[in-house]
Design a binder for this molecule. Structure first.
Ligand code: PAF
Length: 293
């Protein structure tokens, strides 16, 4: 049977670690590699790009959907997070995902669950400052998902660049046997980075939202080659977002791409990262600084 004939018409869904391991055990015994794509659902083209990348590099692609309560710092954000498993499963089936792991909260955090994975240093800056406990929640759940599935590769979008950095460091420090694959941010035609939270934007906010990527891109280009001092350009970027209708700017910063150290100029591989609010919706984005223009 060819690989395309082998695609299931309906995506198999498992809800506990034992069933996940049984399914993956069959594939491993047949010598098939596995790519894991952790998500919280609310799937969009950015997630589907991760699945396609996994399918291109691995024999099997396994998605997870778990809205992880431990990484939400605001109750209303957790409650309003989009949840539509049937819609997500249909989208996963269409891109050839082989299995969905969608555990309930009690499977991930049974009564008495007390472990916490913390990646110091990388998590006290940027989003870590504005979302206390967020990255401990992310590191803990991603560590658990990786240990539950033990995939060959795991796929993360560069849009959540700090998350990608934290996960990469955690895997390195704990010597987890998995290769982390970063995947470039997928954008709408007007530049807005795709994100599940974009669905909360009003028509007027959606019109303003692409300014974040535009400002970050222009700032990154102005910093290219490491010649320009960052501080005035970052200040101007924050002011532009305010003038453009963003109700609050959490940060626009220049950071080293590997360890997120604050930089005064982009004299090593660097990213400009930003987080800003449109009403009740918080958008984040980041752009690589070109090495030279
Ligand atoms: O990026 C996300 O959707 C989540 O932070 C992740 C990696 C699935 C962990 O809950």
């Amino acid at each position: 049977m060819s690989k395309s004939q082998a695609q299931p018409a309906h995506l198999p869904i498992v809800r506990d670690t034992a069933a996940l391991r049984r399914a993956l055990g069959v594939w491993r015994a047949a010598g098939e590699s596995v790519g894991l794509i952790p998500t919280m659902g609310g799937l969009h083209e950015g997630h589907l790009t991760l699945i396609r990348r996994a399918k291109a590099e691995c024999a099997r692609a396994v998605a997870t959907i778990f809205v992880n309560p431990r990484q939400f710092d605001r109750k209303e954000d957790l409650e309003s997070y989009p949840r539509d498993e049937a819609r997500d499963a249909a989208a996963l089936t269409a891109v050839g995902c082989d299995l969905l792991f969608a555990p309930p909260v009690e499977e991930m955090y049974p009564p008495g669950f007390a472990a916490k994975v913390s990646v110091a240093g990388l998590t006290e800056v940027l989003d870590g400052l504005h979302r206390p406990g967020h990255f401990d929640g992310v590191a803990t759940v991603v560590c658990k998902l990786l240990l539950q599935a033990l995939p060959d590769r795991a796929y993360f979008g560069e849009k959540d660049f700090q998350q990608l950095t934290v996960v990469t460091r955690m895997v390195r420090d704990l010597e987890l046997p998995v290769v982390i694959r970063p995947v470039e941010t997928v954008r709408e035609s007007d530049g807005l980075a795709m994100a599940s939270r974009n669905w909360h934007l009003t028509v007027e906010q959606r019109r303003r939202a692409p300014l974040l990527s535009k400002v970050l891109m222009e700032t990154a280009h102005a910093l290219a080659g490491g010649r320009a001092a960052a501080a005035p350009l970052l200040m101007e970027a924050r002011l532009r977002l305010g003038r453009g209708g963003f109700t609050k700017v959490d940060y626009v910063e220049l950071r080293a791409a590997d360890d997120l150290a604050a930089l005064e100029r982009a004299d090593r591989p660097a990213r400009v990262l930003g987080a800003a609010w449109l009403g009740a919706t918080r958008l984040i984005d980041n752009v690589a600084v070109p090495e030279a223009e």
